[in-house]
Design a protein around this ligand. Structure first.
Ligand code: GTP
Ligand code: MG
Length: 406
């Protein structure tokens, strides 16, 4: 559908990062299916409260749009309801902001029930405060970016209906979350979460390490739903490796809010495997974005291993700005240096082991197996009340069975 969208991308440039951000916006627009016919930037130190860009610049966009027969203008930041109304009146085309565009891509990608609910919730929460009194007549645009809901549904634009729908979707998400919580508490192995900027190579690495056969593609936000696979580490330990949605700069709070359940999994991981595209011109900005998001979701205090990916594309004279003992240069695509990466994962994951002493009753003997699988056992003794085990045990197992600690 959006193949009929001819878009102009526009934004304000205050510094080099903004320039990169607008380039990325262009890529996002293409990813959503639009044809980008022009790029308009304004060098300015502040945003205009009425038009976001200056009014003169907005007029210029209107003229360019007419000449190039564009039918939408996509802005690099989120717009206030006032800015949207003013821009719509002046330019007389569909006005799309950065979050609407990202969510449109998400809407096309969402496959799981949870993914679809999360996307629709984020879309509605973004749309609601931006509906003008008359309601945005989305239909006049004949579909296209910002009008798609997940699973081919059309976004509803009636305020009352939207509010009802939002509370319904929140309840549905809660239900899924509750059932997953049960699942998670039943897990036997430590969890490693792949995190990173979109298109860094997380899914490719997941496939290389586990034969997961998840989709990997050279496009932004290819992965939306979380996939988890068993990973066998070189020391024989087992862990669960989990691939999830990528991050992007200016990640809007509606998305963070709606994807809380997904992001919470990252928060509960035992180790983060951060994948960064070492061949990206924006390497530093991207890695900073990832750290910022991790901080926002309070997942920045975990053991972390950083995989600098796509080294096959890097000129060998290039010196990476990151160098620490937790950093490994790899190529997920050509399976280069993955042994070293796994070794690092092992070292850092074992930091989560602590000394513990359990007394497991005889009717709960399956727990003894789980403890064996997740620790280094020093002694095991059969007592009248149960089996006494001592050892260096994974922290998540200790927390899970703390009722049986001595
Ligand atoms: N040259 C090279 N390309 C790679 C490497 N790893 C991944 N790629 C390519 O990078 C692109 C993105 O890879 P994905 O694995 O889909 O990236 P992702 O991080 O899962 O991306 P999203 O799910 O969109 O957030 C694909 O075209 C991969 O083939 C690598 O080591 N070297
Ligand atoms: Mg992916």
């Amino acid at each position: 559908m959006a193949s009929n969208t001819k878009a102009i991308v526009a934004g304000i440039v205050k510094n080099i990062q903004d320039e990169e951000s607008i380039e990325e916006l262009e890529l996002l627009a293409k990813t959503a299916g639009a044809e980008v016919v022009a790029k308009v930037v304004q060098r300015k130190t502040s945003y205009d409260s009425a038009f976001y860009i200056g009014k003169g610049k907005a007029q210029e966009i209107a003229e360019v749009a007419k000449a190039l027969e564009a039918n939408a203008v996509i802005f690099d930041d989120d717009l206030t309801p006032v800015q949207i109304r003013n821009l719509e009146n002046l330019i007389e085309l569909q006005i799309i902001d950065r979050t609407t565009l990202i969510l449109d891509i998400f809407a096309q990608r969402a496959k799981s029930k949870e993914g679809k609910i999360q996307v629709e919730l984020a879309q509605l929460q973004h749309l609601l405060p931006r509906l003008t009194g008359k309601g945005i007549e989305l239909s006049r645009f004949g579909g296209g970016i910002g009008t798609r809901g997940p699973g081919e549904t059309k976004l509803e634009t009636d305020k009352r209906h939207i509010k009802r729908r939002i509370s319904y979707l929140k309840k549905e998400l809660q239900k899924i979350k509750d059932s997953r919580h049960l699942l998670r508490s039943a897990r036997k192995f430590p969890v490693i979460s792949l995190v990173g900027y979109t298109n860094a190579g997380k899914s490719t690495l997941m496939n290389a390490l586990t034969n997961a056969k998840v989709s990997s593609n050279d496009r932004l936000f290819d992965t939306l739903d979380t996939t988890t696979r068993l990973l066998i580490l070189p020391d024989g330990r087992k862990a669960l490796l989990s691939d999830t949605v990528g991050f992007i700069r200016k990640l809007p709070h509606e998305i963070v809010e709606a994807f809380k359940a997904t992001l919470e999994e990252i928060k509960e991981a035992d180790l983060l495997l951060l994948v960064a595209d070492g061949s990206s011109r924006n390497f530093e900005e991207e890695i900073n974005t990832v750290f910022k998001v991790l901080k926002d979701i309070q997942a920045d205090n975990k053991p972390i291993v950083i995989a600098i990916n796509k080294v096959d594309k890097i000129n060998s004279s290039f010196i990476l700005p990151l160098n620490s003992k937790n950093t490994v240069e790899i190529s997920a695509l050509y399976k280069k240096n993955l042994d070293e990466l796994l070794k690092r994962i092992c070292e850092n994951l074992s930091k989560t082991r602590k000394f513990a002493e359990f007394l497991i009753p005889y009717d709960k003997l399956s727990i003894v197996d789980i403890i064996y699988q997740n620790g280094l056992i020093f002694s095991k003794e059969s007592l009248p009340e149960g089996v006494k085990i001592q050892g260096e045990i994974e922290e998540f197992v200790i927390n899970k069975y703390k009722n049986f600690l001595i």
